[in-house]
Design a protein around this ligand. Structure first.
Ligand code: FAD
Ligand code: NAD
Length: 466
C-alpha cells in the first residue's frame, strides 16, 4: 500500500517549501518532493543566496581596495577566490539545512527524488538510484520552478559557455567575460566579476537594460555601471558562439548590420529562464500549458484539474523568490478554504548591484500607456545627509502618485540600500497610502529613508532639502 497524504508539493524551492510548511500549519498531512538533493530550490542553491554572497564579498573587496581614498591605509589587498567560494558555499549549506530542519519541525515528510504523475492523485518518486516510491495525494501543488534558457543551437558547458550556475563557481577570475543579456542575472554576475578584475562586456539586443524597469532609473543604472567599468553594446544581437583554445569567440551584429566579434575566455548567457515542466508527465494527466509552456492556472492557482495547483516560476508572473513564496502561502490557504491572495501590484523587484535598484508598482511608462494622470516626486541621494556623510550618494528616489487622489502608484529607487527602502513603500501601497501619508511620517535622522520622505514631499513640490 502506498502512503497517502492530504497534500503533496512537487519542488522544494521557495514556492514549494513555504507552501508545504503553510499546509502543515493548517493541519494537512503534507509531503514535499525535491529532486536536487537539497532543499531551497534555485534560490538557495544556485540563485539568490550564492549570488548575493558573491555580490557582497566582491563589493567588500572593491571597497577595501579603495579605502585609502578615505584615509584608511592598509597593506596589499589580495583576493583568495577559493576562500570566497567556500564562504558562499557555507551560506548555501547553512540555509538549505535550515529549510530541512523547518520541514521536520512542521512534520512535513520530505522525499528526495524526482516526482512525476502516474494519475491525477498518484505520484511516482524516483531517487538517484532509480528506486521508485508511489504516493497518493488528495491535493497536489506543482512548484518545479525554472531553468536557464540558452541561445538557439548553443549549449551550456558551465565552464566556457555558462549560465548563472557556472558563473557562480568559476575557479579563477576570467580575464574577459561577454555577458549576453542585460537583465537581472547579467548585471549582478557582471558586477561580481568586474569587481574581482574581469573585463566585462554586456551584449544586449534592446536599447536599454533591465526591460520593464522605469526608463529613467534604467538609464541612470546603465550610466553608473558604465562608470564602474562595465562595457555595454546595445542593440546588438549574438549571431553565434564558437569555442576555441583560449575560450570563445562571440559573433554579434548591430542594428545596422555591422558585425563585431568578441574574443573572451567565458560567455555568460543570461537571456531569461524557462519553466520546468518536462518529466512531470503532465501530458498524461492532461494539464494545460500556455504559449510559453508555463502551467495555466486560475486566480486561485488551480490548474484545469480541480485537485492540482501550480505556483512560482512554473506559472505566469515575475520569476522572483518572494512572489513564489507568497503564492505558496496563498494556495495553501485557498486549499484550506481561506481567502489566499497575492497582490501583484505590490511585488517589489530588486537588483542587488551597487548601488541597488528597487522598484514597486507602476512605472512612468505604464501609467502613460494606461492614460493615468500622475504626479512625480524625486529626491537625489546627493542631498541626503547620511548618504553624503558616508560618501555613498549616487542615485535617487522617484515616487509616482495619482494626480487627483495622491495615492501612491509606484516607486523606483536607485541608491544605497534601495532594496530595504522599498519595503516602506510596499507597506504604504498595501494600505492605500497617499504620498502625503509618507511625507507626514516621521523618519529618523540621519537615515537613507529620509530620501523617501523627501521624494514624497517633492510630489507636492515641497521637499525641504532640494
Ligand atoms: P525553484 O526555486 O526553481 O525551485 C523548484 C525546485 O523544484 C528545484 O529545486 C527543482 O530541483 C525542483 N524540481 C523540479 N522538478 C522536479 C520534480 N519533477 N520532482 C521534484 N523536484 C523537482 N529571485 C529573487 O527574488 N531575488 C533574488 O535575488 C534572485 N536572485 C537570483 C539569482 C540567480 C542567479 C537566479 C538564477 C535566480 C534568482 N532569483 C532571485 C529567482 C529565484 O531564484 C526564483 O524566482 C525562485 O527560486 C523561484 O522559486 P520556485 O519555488 O518557483 O522554483
Ligand atoms: P532577464 O529577463 O532579467 O533579462 C534578460 C535580458 O536578456 C533582457 O534584457 C533581454 O532583452 C536580453 N536578451 C534576450 N535575448 C537576447 C539575445 N538573444 N541577445 C541579447 N540580449 C538578449 O533574465 P535573466 O537575467 O536571465 O534572469 C532570469 C530571471 O531570474 C529574471 O527575470 C529574474 O526574475 C530572476 N532573477 C532575479 C534576481 C533578483 O531578483 N535580484 C536576480 C537574478 C535573477
Amino acid at each position: 500500500m502506498s502512503d497517502k497524504f492530504q497534500a503533496v508539493v512537487i519542488g522544494g524551492g521557495p514556492g514549494g517549501y513555504v507552501c508545504a510548511i503553510r499546509l502543515a500549519q493548517l493541519g494537512f498531512k503534507t509531503a514535499c518532493i525535491e529532486s536536487r538533493g537539497s532543499l531551497g530550490g534555485t534560490c538557495l542553491n544556485i540563485g539568490c543566496i550564492p549570488s548575493k554572497s558573491l555580490l557582497n564579498l566582491s563589493e567588500e573587496f572593491h571597497r577595501v581596495k579603495h579605502l585609502s581614498n578615505k584615509g584608511i591605509e592598509i597593506g596589499e589587498i589580495k583576493l583568495n577566490l577559493t576562500k570566497m567560494m567556500k564562504n558562499k558555499d557555507k551560506a548555501v549549506t547553512v540555509l538549505t539545512k535550515g529549510v530541512e530542519f523547518l520541514l521536520k519541525k512542521n512534520k512535513v515528510t520530505y522525499f528526495k527524488g524526482t516526482g512525476s504523475f502516474k494519475s491525477k492523485n498518484e505520484i511516482s518518486i524516483k531517487d538517484d538510484k532509480n528506486k521508485e516510491t508511489l504516493i497518493q495525494a488528495d491535493k497536489i501543488i506543482i512548484a518545479t520552478g525554472s531553468e536557464p534558457v540558452s541561445l538557439p543551437n548553443i549549449e551550456f558547458d558551465e565552464k566556457v559557455i555558462v549560465s548563472s550556475t557556472g558563473a557562480l563557481k568559476f575557479e579563477k577570475v576570467p580575464k574577459k567575460m561577454i555577458v549576453v543579456g542585460g537583465g537581472y542575472i547579467g548585471l549582478e554576475m557582471g558586477s561580481v566579476w568586474s569587481r574581482l578584475g574581469t573585463e566585462v562586456h554586456v551584449v544586449e539586443f534592446l536599447d536599454h537594460i533591465t526591460p520593464g524597469m522605469d526608463k529613467e532609473i534604467s538609464n541612470e543604472f546603465m550610466k553608473i555601471l558604465k562608470k564602474q567599468g562595465i562595457n555595454f553594446h546595445m542593440k546588438h544581437k549574438v549571431e553565434g558562439i564558437i569555442k576555441n583554445k583560449l575560450g570563445a569567440i562571440v559573433s554579434t551584429k548591430d542594428e545596422n548590420g555591422k558585425k563585431k566579434d568578441f574574443e573572451c575566455d567565458v560567455v555568460l548567457i543570461s537571456v531569461g529562464r524557462k519553466p520546468n515542466t518536462s518529466g512531470l508527465n503532465l501530458e498524461k494527466i492532461g494539464i494545460e500549458l500556455d504559449e510559453k509552456k508555463r502551467i495555466k492556472t486560475s486566480k486561485s492557482f488551480q490548474t484545469n484539474l480541480d485537485n492540482i495547483f501550480a505556483i512560482g516560476d512554473v506559472i505566469t508572473g515575475p520569476m522572483l523568490a518572494h512572489k513564489a513564496e507568497d503564492e505558496g502561502i496563498a494556495v495553501a490557504e485557498n486549499i484550506a478554504g481561506q481567502s489566499g491572495h497575492v497582490n501583484y501590484d505590490t511585488i517589489p523587484g530588486v537588483v542587488y548591484t551597487t548601488p541597488e535598484v528597487a522598484s514597486i508598482g507602476k512605472t512612468e511608462e505604464q501609467l502613460k500607456e494606461k492614460n493615468i494622470k500622475y504626479k512625480i516626486g524625486k529626491f537625489s541621494f546627493m542631498a541626503n545627509s547620511r548618504a553624503k556623510a558616508i560618501d555613498d550618494a549616487e542615485g535617487f528616489v522617484k515616487i509616482l502618485a495619482d494626480a487627483k487622489t495622491d495615492k501612491v502608484l509606484g516607486a523606483h529607487l536607485i541608491g544605497p540600500h534601495a532594496g530595504e527602502l522599498i519595503a516602506e513603500i510596499g507597506v504604504a501601497m498595501e494600505f492605500g497610502a497617499s504620498s502625503e501619508d509618507i511625507a507626514r511620517t516621521c523618519h529618523a535622522h540621519p537615515t537613507f529613508s529620509e530620501a523617501v520622505k523627501e521624494a514624497a514631499l517633492s510630489v507636492d513640490k515641497r521637499a525641504i532639502h532640494s
